[in-house]
Design a protein around this ligand. Structure first.
Ligand code: NAD
Length: 488
């Protein structure tokens, strides 16, 4: 019988090891709360290092058969899984909204995005095998790609479904097996997706999901000697810790970390499009997106008009439970996250480092009393030394600064330790060329922000991380070459 888990009072959704559901060895559980209501919707096992050991054992056992399948056979299973995800996308999106908080329309986008990723990698299955090179008198070289073995994936709570797709799509197509740890506040949809993949034909042990705290389960994954590669997405501080641990046992590492993306609006930009871009870029997912617009620089000639238009649009956003119709922005994922945002805004207010144009407080009233809601906030004239500029603001607060010219905009954009994404809004191709060449970022958008399609490589520079996800790059990163040299 298939249970509709979100209709059940409090249930325990099990981890998945070796294709079967299992509780934690220690028997402890973690409660998963709906961030809009504070209610416990489900609990999951609080896994341990021993559970990680079992999962790595199951993943190791599965390596032989999975790695020996042809890329086409593996791609076909990913494709079938994507079809099943599409069939169930409404239920999956609802579950995602209930654990993460985002509006249902965004959750639907994310679930469809997961299916897109699996389909994209399934489509690469006939291009992923290797090459032959003629070497004249030396002979012929045949280069094949072989999987790395057991890989580890650790994912955050802000986009749990999409990021799970970014990791499993290329890793599994390349013939690896995986042990994956979701964030403690958003494990449910990931577990559901793993069950769907198993039912679509993934052999037991190819994908194992262990729930539990980062310090215990996450670190056990990083320390495990049999894991060859780790792909981690999360905070820069956690990434630093992982970089040190991972390099001790010579693991390959992909670290997708924090960002403080600048958005530059030049005086020749289409203002209506740019205002909409800033609204979506900042307030999508309540501002909890790695590539959100975190610093907005507007040309001084248009700044007053632009800020007025922006204020009207911010105040028109409907905030509420993500399951509600016409909700534009849900709660933050946790009370701690809301507290961090409130403290940052208070620091600006008390040091007089900017003018709060709108928002700047929690949402009040009966609808909001048990949820983690924060009012969409615009802060103008923010000083460069303010925490809203120097740190990653992972919530619905947009600092706006003015710039006199492009050179200043680029200097300010690069005045950060991060380097994930950046956008410029202009009709001048010369501005575009210069910005693209000089800004420190892994992805640069022109007249848009935020979008990360599976076809293009994605990742940051500096404190935003190392390595790339998506595209052919990610697939290549989950295999190593082995060369046969035929001397005739
Ligand atoms: P986080 O670092 O707190 O947690 C991420 C994951 O790591 C969770 O599963 C957590 O349980 C686990 N973890 C925590 N401590 C660990 C440890 N010591 N060892 C191993 N695992 C550990 O990050 P978060 O708050 O969940 O996510 C938000 C951050 O993620 C933001 O900084 C955001 O910008 C970043 N992010 C980056 C990207 C990207 O692609 N660059 C995408 C999404 C989010």
């Amino acid at each position: 019988m298939v249970l509709l888990l979100w209709n059940i009072a409090v249930n325990t959704m099990q981890m998945r090891i070796g294709g079967t559901e299992t509780g934690a060895m220690a028997g402890k559980v973690l409660d998963v709360r709906n961030p809009a209501t504070g209610e416990i919707i489900e609990s999951v096992p609080s896994g341990t290092g021993d559970d990680v050991g079992s999962a790595v054992g199951a993943a190791g056992d599965a390596c032989g058969t999975w790695g020996k399948k042809t890329p086409r056979e593996r791609g076909t299973i990913l494709f079938h899984a994507a079809q099943r995800v599409r069939e169930q996308h409404k239920d999956l999106a609802r579950l995602l909204t209930m654990e993460q908080g985002k509006p249902l329309k965004e959750a639907l986008d994310e679930v469809r995005g997961f299916a897109n990723i699996l389909e994209f990698y399934a489509g690469l299955s006939s291009h992923s095998s290797g090459e032959a090179i003629r070497l004249g008198a030396v002979g012929d070289g045949i280069v094949i790609r072989e999987p790395l073995g057991v890989c580890g994936a650790i994912i955050p709570w802000n986009m749990p479904v999409l990021i799970m797709g970014w990791k499993i799509g290329p890793a599994l197509l390349a013939g690896n097996t995986m042990v994956l740890k979701p964030a403690s506040t958003t494990p449910l949809t990931c577990l559901k997706l793993a069950a769907i993949l198993d039912r679509a034909g993934l052999p037991p042990g190819v994908l194992n999901v262990i729930t539990g705290p980062g310090e215990e389960v996450g670190e056990a994954i990083i320390r495990h000697q049999a894991i060859k590669k780790i792909s981690f997405t999360g905070d820069t501080a956690t990434g630093e810790k992982i970089r040190k641990l991972g390099s001790l046992n010579q693991k390959e590492l992909v670290l997708e970390l924090g960002g403080s993306d600048p958005m530059i609006v030049m005086d020749d930009a289409d203002l209506r499009t740019a205002v909409e871009g800033a609204i979506r870029g900042r307030f999508y997912n309540a501002g909890q997106t790695c590539t959100a617009v975190k610093r907005l620089y507007v040309h001084e000639k248009i700044a007053d008009h632009f800020t007025r238009e922006l204020k009207d649009r911010v105040e028109a956003l409907t905030v509420g439970n993500g399951l509600g119709a016409k909700v534009d922005m849900g709660p933050l994922n946790s009370a701690g996250q809301r507290e961090r945002i409130a403290v940052m805004v208070e620091s600006v207010r008390s040091a007089d480092e900017g003018t709060i144009v709108t928002g700047g407080c929690e949402m009040r009233g009966k609808t909001f009393e048990n949820g983690n809601f924060y009012r969409p906030t615009l802060v103008a004239g923010v000083e460069p030394e303010s925490r809203l500029v120097t740190e990653e603001v992972f919530g619905p607060v947009l600092p706006v600064m003015t710039i006199p010219d492009l050179a200043t905009a680029i200097r300010e954009a690069n005045n950060t330790r991060y380097g994930l994404g950046a956008s410029i809004w202009t009709r001048d191709i010369g501005n575009v060329r210069r910005f693209f060449d000089e800004v420190h970022a892994g992805i640069v958008w022109v007249n848009r922000h935020l979008t990360v399609p599976p076809e293009v490589p994605f990742g940051g520079v500096n404190a935003s991380g190392i390595g790339r996800e998506n595209g052919q790059d990610a697939l290549d990163g989950y295999s190593r070459t082995k060369t046969l040299l035929l001397g005739w």
